[in-house]
Design a protein around this ligand. Structure first.
Ligand code: ADP
Length: 602
């Protein structure tokens, strides 16, 4: 059955295919990882960009606030009559002349008040006449900044807005400029306020983020880390390079280009190889109202790590999914196997039922045949038993008639005695058959064992004497047992008759009848003879009906079968112990009772 199921469903879980399945799963996982790598990277970059834009919002606000704080200052100063007067009257002196130094002092006090970096005033030719740093080594006084775009804007009547590295001081700053006009609206000169943005950069650096700001051409001019100052984030045109050289916007050092990575370059973000700090991804966001862009840069490694974590999670999910699939497949397989087993069991049970039915029918047929055979054997035995005495009777009758005619009455008398014996034999046979076939007295009650033994001895006395058999009777005190006296008498007559038959021709024939208690509640009556005994095979057959070893006419094979049946009916047990050459003992075991019978059953 097991092999049948195994062949139907294969080895459990298909373990044979497991290595191949694992290799396939590994391959699929690799392909999937390769396929999802770019997609996951894009998703992660997008997600990081969103977060970066939010963080850049705060830095933009701080930058705009710093600029707005000073944005109004050049215009207000330009409308100050003292400034206008200084330009109208003071330019006749030499720059730095002590007679007009009070103007520089005025600018110095305004500069201190406004917390700007420097404030300076320029003549229409670009010459700086007055400056808040007039008393320092980096004084702007006497320097001509006519080449600077913030001057050119203001002198042409526009507001100037320009980030540059100071031509004199070398300090970077944002230059805000405005034209100074007289009452006739003529431009008398230019007032410039320089703002220092380095404290702002310092605060960015302290925040821990890497932030930079680029100008319209993509050149970094503000950064949380000074080392990226004045690096170009995209290629610069020759014209612009020339312009940078002429305006010295970012000092004398030439602007160099950061090396971009070919991937991940869009208007929203760009990737750079920053050498010692590794690959970086910069996310961009325009600063409203200014020609600048703010950038927040992050190591690509951080983004890639996030991608790897997600890939790991994806693999875990796949493994869990594959595990679940295998589990359900295995469950399904077991379920199927169980169902097949149940079906096979059902088929088997059905077959067993069929076979049992066939067997029962065959047994019934056999029993029927056996019954018929037994009936046949019994009929022929009875016919034989009856026929013989009848034939003998007929012969004796015929010979008696002849003898009477001849007057030989003595011989007739002998014949009659023989005929008497024959009728006695016929009646004994009939008695036996009546007991076997007729309605027996089956009631059991408290019975004595002594009286049935005496009865049997009385019945058997003539034969015992005729055969010269010695009898030892050892009954001891009276015992009361559960039995039926008449049945017991019949059994004892049968057993003693058999013992007498067995002792025929024995030189010292002996029968011993013994009664003994075999326990608190059982008694055993045994009839022993020292006859030839029986071998084991014979012992197994003696209780079978119609089994006899005696010659035809001497035995019918019913005595022990009837005795066994009678003993059983009255609740006793009949057994045999025998050894060839050592004699035979038949034992009757009864249930012992303590009192005399109240009334003998009928
Ligand atoms: P029957 O006496 O008509 O043969 P029984 O049923 O009484 O039938 O006995 C069956 C057989 O058992 C006898 O033919 C005999 O072979 C055997 N048998 C019975 N009693 C003894 C005995 N005491 N010793 C030896 N054989 C015996």
């Amino acid at each position: 059955m097991t092999s049948l199921l195994a062949s139907k469903f294969g080895t459990p879980l298909g373990y044979r295919h497991l290595p191949r399945l694992l290799a396939l799963g590994f391959l699929v996982a690799l392909v999937l990882l390769a396929m999802t790598n770019h997609l996951l990277m894009s998703l992660e970059v997008n997600r990081t960009a969103d977060r970066s834009v939010q963080r850049m919002g705060a830095y933009k606000t701080s930058l705009q606030a710093t600029i707005n704080r000073h944005h109004y200052l050049p215009r207000i100063l330009a409308s100050d009559p003292r400034i206008e007067h200084a330009l109208a009257e003071g330019t006749q002196y030499e720059p730095g002349d002590g007679a007009v130094q009070y103007i520089s002092e005025l600018l110095q006090s305004i500069n201190a008040e406004a917390q700007s970096d420097e404030i300076f005033l320029m003549a229409p030719d670009g010459m700086t006449f007055w400056s808040s740093n007039f008393d320092t080594v980096h004084s702007f006084v006497g320097s001509n900044y006519g080449f600077r775009p913030y001057f050119l804007s203001a002198i042409s009547g526009q507001q100037g807005f320009y980030f540059a590295v100071g031509a004199t001081s070398g300090e970077p700053g944002l230059f805000l400029s405005a034209p100074v006009r007289n009452a006739a609206n003529d431009i008398l000169g230019v007032i410039v306020v320089k703002i220092d943005l380095r404290p702002l950069e310092h605060s960015w650096m302290e925040s821990g983020d890497s932030v930079w700001v680029t100008d319209r051409e993509g050149i970094i001019f503000l950064s949380s880390s000074e080392r990226w100052h004045y690096k170009a984030t995209r290629p610069l045109s020759e014209t612009h390079l020339d312009l940078l050289a002429s305006t010295r916007q970012y000092g004398m050092t030439p602007v160099t280009e950061l090396s971009r990575l070919p991937d991940w370059n869009t208007p929203q973000w760009a990737a750079f190889d920053l050498g010692d700090v590794g690959e970086q991804m910069a996310f961009s966001s325009a600063i409203n109202g200014y020609p600048w862009d703010m950038h927040l840069r992050l190591p690509m490694a951080d983004i890639r790590q996030q991608v790897r974590i997600k890939q790991g999670l994806l693999l875990l999910c796949m493994a869990a999914f594959a595990g679940a699939l295998l589990y359900y497949r295995e469950r399904h397989r077991r379920h199927e196997a169980q169902r097949a087993l149940e079906q096979a069991n059902e088929v088997l049970e059905h077959r067993v039922e069929e076979r049992t039915r066939d067997l029962r029918e065959a047994q019934n047929a056999l029993a029927q045949n056996q019954k018929l055979a037994a009936l046949g054997r019994m009929s022929s035995a009875i016919a034989h038993e009856i026929n013989q005495p009848i034939t003998a009777l007929r012969n004796y009758t015929a010979s008696s008639r002849l003898l009477l005619e001849r007057g030989k009455t003595d011989t007739v008398k002998q014949n009659i005695e023989k005929m008497d014996a024959l009728t006695e034999r016929l009646s004994a046979l009939s008695r036996q058959l009546r007991i076997f076939a007729g309605k027996r007295n089956t009631g059991s009650g408290h019975a004595s064992l002594h009286s049935p033994v005496r009865y049997a001895l009385d019945v058997m006395q003539p034969r015992l004497e005729a055969e010269g058999i010695e009898c030892h009777i050892d009954l001891g005190t009276e015992r009361w047992v559960l039995a039926n006296t008449m049945m017991l008498e019949q059994i004892l007559v049968n057993l003693m008759g058999n013992a007498v038959d067995a002792l025929a021709g024995h030189p010292n024939p002996l029968i011993r009848v013994q009664l003994a208690m075999t326990g608190k509640s059982s008694a055993c009556l045994s009839i022993h003879d020292n006859g030839p005994g029986m071998d084991r095979e014979l012992q197994t057959k003696v209780f079978e009906p119609f089994f006899t070893t005696k010659s035809v006419g001497d035995g019918m094979g019913l005595g022990l079968a009837i005795s066994y049946s009678l003993a059983h009916d009255m609740g006793a047990e009949l057994t045999v112990q025998s050894e060839p050459g050592s004699g035979t003992t038949f034992s009757l075991t009864f249930q012992a009772v303590v009192s005399e019978p109240a009334e003998e059953p009928a």
